[in-house]
Design a protein around this ligand. Sequence first.
Ligand code: IPE
Ligand code: IPE
Ligand code: MG
Length: 249
Amino acid sequence: MIKRFFSSTAEIPQAAAVPRHIAIIMDGNGRWAKKRLLPRIAGHAQGVERVRDIVKACIERGVEYLTLFAFSSENWRRPEDEVSRLMELFVMALEREVGKLHRNGVCLKVVGDLSRFDTRLRELIEQGERQTASNTRLTLTVCANYGGRWDILHAANNWLRDNPGGELSEEALTPYLSMPYAPEPDLFIRTGGEQRISNFLLWQLAYSELYFTHTLWPEFNAKALDQAITSYQKRERRFGRTSEQLVER
Ligand code: IPE
Ligand code: IPE
Ligand code: MG
């Protein structure tokens, strides 16, 4: 059954000290490799190691949902060789990590337009999701061939198919988006120094706290995560209200 979550624009969500949902753009793998005169793929491979550390750190800190941007709908524009090496790495990571994720109580979800991936990759995704489906400790969502605009359009088209001639509302659209099982992210992190969203979760980030760091993803460790969480804890989440109203509550 799908849990119902508050929409940050329709209602005021409860904000806890530890973010319930963290969404990360894992950027800077290529630059990390370049600094070391290594091929870009070496940076991506190192990036997979950090995924493992950050999943563990999130479990330890009581984060319930972790969402990672692994491959954007625009990343197909990269050189063919890098794209195919990334796909190989994705296959390898799934083969190696799903068992461990399962043992650690992680529920794995992969969202995005998966139709462009080859059969082997799609099978591994399906198996991984099936194997970990009943785990509840942490929900790890990997966004692959994902784009925020794709997500919204895909949801709207599916809703229209089910409700021909109807009028779409926020509440009606939400269950059709790619992460209906998760609350909206409390904290968004982008590593690698760029300060942009790059077509990540356009709808879901409406009231997320944004945190940008120059740390490159292959160097982003538990300490760096704690710095992001500390920054988050200092923010005043007003959701449109005034500071005075928050004190009154
Ligand atoms: C992020 O690192 C990983 C993917 C987009 C797949 P990049 O490969 O974008 O690294 P930089 O930005 O070139 O350093
Ligand atoms: C965003 O990083 C996508 C992922 C991390 C998967 P990019 O490196 O593709 O973003 P731009 O091109 O710098 O905006
Ligand atoms: Mg990049």
